[in-house]
Write a protein of this length. Structure first.
Length: 137
């Protein structure tokens, strides 16, 4: 196994370990909700890095300073959700869903209703229903 595969394997294992609960039965709905959440966090970090760099650049050119702050806070919160020790899975889910919701609101405020904010809002609504208990959906 080459070095890149080792890094990806350890990255994926660390996030899966942090974002799943070992005390949940493999056949329960909570197990699959946790697996979906962990897989989402695993893939959203590299994909969001691809999007955040040009997004911050464009926000800087168009002088949307608060959108830059919002993007940086969102990225830092997602990194905390993925790697911070001692947080329960439920707290990680709430933080993750909250930061995505607040990001969609920031996009709606700064870019208007024809920007990507509505798409983020739709996506986070579906993700909340799939990743949390039905009382939160």
């Amino acid at each position: 196994m080459n070095m890149l595969n080792k890094i990806w394997f350890s990255y994926k294992n660390k996030i899966t370990q942090n974002c799943t609960d070992d005390f949940v039965a493999d056949t329960s709905l909570a197990y699959w909700q946790n697996r979906l959440f962990a897989a989402s966090v695993v893939y959203i970090i590299p994909l969001s890095l691809v999007a955040i760099i040009p997004g911050i650049y464009i926000a800087y050119i168009t002088e949307l300073k608060w959108l830059i702050v919002s993007d940086i806070i969102a990225m830092l919160t997602i990194l905390i959700v993925a790697f911070a020790p001692g947080l329960s899975v439920f707290v990680r889910k709430i933080l993750f869903n909250s930061v995505l919701y607040l990001t969609s609101l920031a996009l709606l405020i700064y870019l208007g209703s024809f920007g990507p904010g509505l798409l983020y809002l739709l996506g986070i609504s579906i993700f909340i229903v799939l990743s949390l208990d039905k009382k939160y959906g």
